[in-house]
Design a binder for this molecule. Sequence first.
Ligand SMILES: Nc1ncnc2c1ncn2[C@@H]1O[C@H](COP(=O)(O)OP(=O)(O)OP(=O)(O)O)[C@@H](O)[C@H]1O
Length: 264
Amino acid sequence: MTKSNPHTILKTENLTIGYASKKANTIVTSNINMALKKGQLIGLVGANGIGKSTLLRTLTHVQDKLSGTVFLNEKNLETYTNADLAKTMSLVLTEKIASKNLSVFELVALGRQPYTNWVGNLSANDLEVVNRALNQTNIEALKDKKCFELSDGQLQKVMIARALAQDTDLIILDEPTTHLDMYHKAYILKLLQKLVKETHKTILFSSHEIDLAIQLCDTMVVMTNNTVITDTPCNLISEGVFETLFPKDLIAFDKKSGSFRVRK
Ligand SMILES: Nc1ncnc2c1ncn2[C@@H]1O[C@H](COP(=O)(O)OP(=O)(O)OP(=O)(O)O)[C@@H](O)[C@H]1O
């Protein structure tokens, strides 16, 4: 067992992720050992179907692990009550927003659920936190709009604001840049970087925007076939890790620019 470290927010020990069934378990990745530092922007990357969503769902206890242990703030994830977990970690899944009939303000205010009384009344402090989250994500002007009236980029900001209103040490986002144009992909990831600097929270997101993640993240988690490697973008580039992500016939990683180029 590795030593505990107060600067680590999320740690896994011999974690095996996948899908259990009566016949046989489907292992997606086994023996994941990683330790993510507090106060960083962390990007999770890897090819389609490699297991990023499965890993994020397992780290957030939405899905059961097959074996191993996850520690959140040095405490075994399985010992958290739902209420304590909701005050420590928030999860942003943009694809599944069931409540698009709510106004932007109402959706962001849902982030206060772990703290409000059973009728959901917002205290003065709750209101302050919600308004701060609207301000930090630059969506104050949208607060009375219904969520179904929003563009994908605006909706993504609303979901990030909701997670901020939940006021957790760790925010986890599964593919926050999906459906966005190049400008808005950069906008959302820059916003996450700004929030890490301003709030000192830890933000872990999965993305296919490897080039942007290399430019903006403090740490990256790279999933390849059967391994998960965690390091700074700079070290990952010099160790040649990005070259191992995809088949080599179509695209090649260019170390100088830190981006993939189509082969001529
Ligand atoms: N409910 C499920 N039951 C069984 N296998 C599943 C289930 N959901 C996903 N898988 C499998 O788990 C593997 C990892 O899928 P996952 O969605 O985690 O990958 P991903 O890296 O997030 O992919 P993408 O980038 O395409 O979203 C895939 O082989 C997928 O087919």
